[in-house]
Structure formats: structure tokens, C-alpha cells
Design a protein around this ligand. Sequence first.
Ligand SMILES: [Zn+2]
Length: 251
Amino acid sequence: MIIDTHAHLTSKEFSRDLDQCIRAAKDSGVARIVTVSEDLEDAKAALRLSRDSDLVRAGVGLFPTILDRGQAEEMYRFIREKMDELACIGEVGLDFWKVKDHEGREVQKEILSGFVELSKETGLPLNCHSRSAGRHIIELLLSLGAKKVQLHAFDARPGTALMGEEAGFFFSIPPSIVRSRQKQRLVRALRLESLLLESDAPVLGPEPGVRNEPKNTRIALEAIAEIKALPVEQVEETIFENSRRLYGERI
Ligand SMILES: [Zn+2]
């Protein structure tokens, strides 16, 4: 049972053949796909998709480059309203790659803090993006007492990731691990019990520039098994249990 814990099925890249992609994922052993969203319109689309497909669960959030307190408030309300239908809060986080000014970064932290409070209030896990902000996001999450945390495609050094692991945070690994030394180092440093799988489709596939699909989540699984020198089935089982520890019955 493979769980793809972070994909963007509402992306226009899937507008023509989404059903086919979901079927292909199922055929390669993917039992659930958590489709995250980036704004309110996207959140509604993700929710619709989750109602239409047995495989799909919805994550609802505001992408961290959207520095708009009004949109954040709307999203907080939407999450409270729909919480019973959601798998997680996401995609939320910090992006210091795109947002370089101090003021913008402070707005990002403020908006993320609201999502952390909501996570504590609702019990929904946080599905977090961080880009060039690994240490900042872990420090913020720790200071706010966030408990249910997934850091997706984490781009910081293993030492920083270990701070999160100590707090019980999970790290989801995309298929691009086959071409990313940084992701390979991350997997080497972290315990298997801290790992999750994701596709991040349509990006972060095994081949740069080629549309990624949820079925490729299996490629990330196989790469992790190789690095950990363990049988694929054992790694699959442990990571499935990890997914259950974070998401419970929501997936
Ligand atoms: Zn994403």
C-alpha cells in the first residue's frame, strides 16, 4: 500500500487525462493520493476531486508565496467548515527562495502560524512546503508546538532535518530522489520511521522536465529501499504505517 502524500492533481497538466493517471497509480500500487491545493479555488477543486474518487483525499491550504492576509483568513474559515472532509492542511509553509524581503517573510510566518493553530485545533496534519527556509520553518513549528507535521521535498541539510525528526516530524520523499544527491543524503540521515512518500506531481519526477505522475511514487519507494538496503516490501509496510501514524483514518 503506497500512499502518495503530496500531489497536485488539480494542476492543468492533468486536465486531459486525470482519470488515466489515477488508474495508472492504482495499477502501480498507490492506494491513496493526497492532493494538496494552493488557494481557495484550487481547494474547492481538490475537495470535489476527493468526493469523486476513492483514491483521492484533499489537502487545503494557501501556497506560501501568496502574501495575502485576507485570503489566509478565508482559508482558515474554509478549513474549519470542511475539516471532516479533509486529509490535511496544505500546501502551506515558508518560501524564502521566492520571497526575499524581510516584510514578506514576516507575513509568511504570520500566515503559517495561523495554519499551525488550526492544525492544533482540528487535529489535521500540516503538509508543509519549505524552500531555502528549512531551519526557519522547523524553528517556527517547534516554537508554536506543532505536533502533526509533514515536510515535503525538504531541501535543507540533514542536520536541520534531524531537528525536525527529533520533534516527530515526517519527511516525504519525491521520485526526483533518483537524481538528487541532497534527497539521497536526507534519506540516509533520517530513520525509516520518519519517512513518507510523495509524487509532488506534476513536478519532481525522476526525469527533469518530464511531467511527473502519482504512479512514480513507487520509484521513490524503491530508491529509499536501496539506500536503506532493505527489501522493498518491508520499506513499503513501514512507510505505510508512518502515513497512518500521521494521517490516521483520514487516508
Ligand atoms: Zn507541492
